[in-house]
Design a protein around this ligand. Sequence first.
Ligand SMILES: *Cc1c(COP(=O)(O)O)cnc(C)c1O
Length: 879
Amino acid sequence: MKPLSTITVSSELPGALEPLRELALNLRWTWRRQTADLFRALDADAFTASGENPIAMLSRVSAGRLAEAARDESFLGRMRSEVGDLRTYLESGRWFQRMVPGASASGATATGATGTPSVAYFSMEFGISPTLPIYSGGLGILAGDHLKSASDLGVPLVAIGLLYQWGYFSQSLDRSGWQQENYKHNDPEKLPVEPVHGADGEQLTVAVVLPDGREVTIALWKAQVGRIPLLLLDTNLEVNDEEARQITDRLYGGDHEHRIVQEIVLGIGGVRAVEAFAAATDVPAPTVFHLNEGHAGFSGLERVGRLMQSGAGFSEAVAEVRAGTVFTTHTPVPAGIDRFEADRLRQYLGADDSGISRLIPALPVEAALALGIEEGGDIFNMAQLGFRIAQRSNGVAKLHGAVSRAMFQDLYPGFDVPEVPIGSVTNGVHRRTWTSSVMDDLFKKALGDVDVSSLSDWSALSTLSDHELTEARDTLRESLVTMARSHVRESWLRRGADAAELAWTDHILDPKALTIGFARRVSTYKRLTLMLSDPERFTRILLDPERPVQIVIAGKSHPADRPGKEFLQQLVQFADDHGVRHRIAFLPDYDIAMASVLIAGSDVWLNNPIRPEEASGTSGMKAVLNGGLTFSVSDGWWDEMKDDEAGWTIPTAGVEDQSERDRLEAEALYEILEGRIVPQFYERDARGLQHTWMTTVRSSLVAIAPQITAARMVRDYVTELYLPAARAASAFRSDLSLASTFTAWKADVQAAWSGVRVSAVSLEGAVDRAASSSSESSSRAEITSGAEITSGAEISLVAQVDLAGLRAEDVLVEAVLGAVDAEGEIIDAQLIPLQSEENGRWTARLALSVPGEVGYTVRVTPQHPVLAHRAELGLVATA
Ligand SMILES: *Cc1c(COP(=O)(O)O)cnc(C)c1O
């Protein structure tokens, strides 16, 4: 019978248990096992039935059980101890407070004047816990791990994102293996979020204006991630019309139009929200703005508008905003960048008669658009805006940094790729989130009960014995097999199979067999189906009677990605085959909860993207933390950390043709698997232990694990980007004339630059043969091109520089020298500054010690304390 209607009956929390709400509302429980266990102890069934969601669970526990717990001294004791631990965690000084004297633990006094950063971190998605489904994949999980580690390290940071009414879709399959998408409603009541209240006791709101003059009200919610407040913006409010309510409907749904409005809410609404939040609480207003991907680029325009409202000119405002902005790019694939029609944006910014935006008061529309418009004038590029609005920017692995420098070289004409000012901070993963409890116990045993995220020397992990590691790995593999069996059964029920025909699913996979995991978004470049290149060979590997291999696979395809869905179907249909279905399993609906078990249980984590299209990748890092071994193409993070003692690298085939390249790389994959991985996994020593295998596991733990934590990543962001950005921004705030003097200086330099010339460059010094005709005693003879000099000889470089009226301190005059490649280009250039003497003469002393041919030239670039990079203004004069 169908109900006429439904109501929810929920239990009242007894006063004695009120602290449970405090514990439930702070997402720190997601990385503190003891707190999660406390909720499980309250009511294991309700905990599981709620999807391990303490907020949703509390209203489901029966009044009887609550009353019982409220009288249970041992339960109350555990609860108090967890609350005590949480409060200590929130209040005590941590790494950041030790490193930046004067920064308070709460961040409250960490205001701008001293240059101490308080960071606003913008991201379109955050993957913190399955109970807060506002993420789709790697970018979101990275953002979630960033917040958790910033919390652990005490970094004063406020995060800004969107509260979607519908989570990212959950995935199932139809009979033919075609992906089906279902969206689950996010009920704020059941999410670990609270409304942010203003001084009037009402939920805090901000607003943005749409082109037709409609105002969209945006309400603020807050999820508390340890110490870090995550502000979530929500337009689903009664005051808004239906269309406006749909702006924050779902993540990466909808068309360009929808995306633009979402990014306006995130970027522009986000700046307004974080300021309103700071005004309503004791959290300091941010001084550094970190854009995790280009989606929040409009935040920069909003901040330019704000400065202009208080009287700054456009260039002054841009200079100041740049100083405090950090931009992280996440994709080496041009198709991954948000690009909008410039005319559409022009409408949204909405110029009035004098060209000033209606959306962002005081902002001149055309000047703002020029920051992101590509050559040709029709397309507005959010990555380009990111680089123009952020003085500091980075890719997410060393290789990705290099690829980004080449990709965006056009923005810095006149500079070689290595000098394009895009650095890199390699991604990391939050250790406590991604280390299974079994492995965490081993970490504790080897390293002691210290916060290992702050230890860089993890060599004590090498003391873990073969026996301990084998036991841990067996346990983790077994959990994976158990989970896989139930998911495969579940999936077949949804695909229309009868329960009676599914007994086989209880016996798939073997808890003792070599288990390979592969799970990530299904995008073309990640090559989900590479393993199927030679189906016969692959099947032979899986079915080997002595040394079987099993593979567990998961991943969602974007709903609009038809080729992705086709790859998925091809894989599912292969795995459906009766002959192999006990050795290869596809588990639908990959998410954080599944990832934890799947990644931890895999002996080998396979990653075979098309190099260099994987910016970093993080799932392999999670495997490392659990004693899994990496089997990967040399791409993303593995490109810089690969180590033959600690994993296996699939060589990149140097051929242009993609299908030939796939074939060659698949062949290498099979070779390494059959020839090295399988024999090593099944090799036993006299005691029956996998000694060689566990030696590799130990190497991976000792050499790689410490480098791939999000703690290392956040520390790098703080020291390399946040602190310099905070200092740069504070220079503008403490010297109100800096913006105008810098802008005037920049205009002068730009006007004079075409006249700047390096006219004569020569080397002088002791000469071997070439200058033997000159007088014997001449130690300062000119060295002609092609001459030979003795290694270590003291020589001077002299250049005549015409500064076209600029002062010596306005420029950097440098010798660029290094080996010369086949194209006649200087490679691995060394930069040596020249000193100004009189009459435009500049000199430097060189000591050339490495034998071989050396090429050199002299160049001039602008120099000013506000500039962070030589290439920033795109001005260079070379001899
Ligand atoms: C870690 C993780 C990802 C990202 O994996 P990549 O290796 O970076 O592709 C995606 N989804 C989930 C659920 C994850 O846990």
